[in-house]
Design a protein around this ligand. Structure first.
Ligand code: HEC
Length: 160
């Protein structure tokens, strides 16, 4: 009996290793095609969890969310972000459409579902293994809040 159990365990390990090897050997890293549904949902779920965790350490905003901040944020956005996210942040530049993960439309429901602190965290830290750079060493925290409010204004939703 113990033998049979051991044999079954060995077979399971071999099958799992074989599946992993097959997956590695057939994986496609081209940015042109889109990854499959399983890869996308695992990556999205992990990304959401990491961003949510990061946002917990963001201190309260140091600038007010008002028309002046939004217009300052828009000016900063046009210098630092428009080359990927597009001039009005609603339509990524052609090059952004062919990065993988794709550059998102910042007025989309996916982005607007994020809290202010989550957007701030993403702009400040970037997202590793994606094209999104971290601006921690390029912009000050008040500037990052202004850009956060500009992004938030695209969804015309109340601040959270
Ligand atoms: C080099 C191209 C590039 C530049 C420059 C860039 N981004 Fe991004 N950004 C990306 C990519 C690619 C993603 C998607 C990352 C992902 O899906 O994991 C992204 C994601 C985001 C997100 C998360 C939204 C979402 O729905 O996932 C926000 C917010 C954002 N960028 C804001 C900005 C702001 C503000 C700037 C300028 C300070 C900026 N980005 C500059 C490429 C860029």
């Amino acid at each position: 009996m113990a033998h049979k159990g051991r044999l079954a365990a060995v077979i399971i390990v071999v099958v799992v290793l074989g599946a992993v090897a097959y997956w590695i050997m057939t994986a496609d890293i081209s940015a042109v095609g889109s990854p499959g549904g399983v890869e996308t949902s695992i990556a999205d779920g992990m990304r959401e969890w990491y961003i949510g965790r990061g946002a917990k350490s963001v201190p309260p905003p140091t600038v007010a969310n008002n028309a002046e901040s939004i217009s300052q944020g828009e000016a900063l956005y046009s210098m630092s972000c428009a080359q990927c996210h597009g001039m009005n942040a609603r339509k990524p530049m052609p090059i952004g459409e062919w990065m993988n993960p794709r550059v998102p439309n910042l007025s989309s429901a996916d982005t607007q579902e994020m809290s202010d602190k989550e957007i701030f965290w993403v702009i400040k830290n970037g997202i590793r293994l994606s094209g999104m750079p971290g601006f921690a060493k390029l912009s000050t925290d008040p500037e990052i809040w202004q850009m956060t409010y500009y992004v938030r204004s695209l969804g015309a939703k109340p601040a959270r």
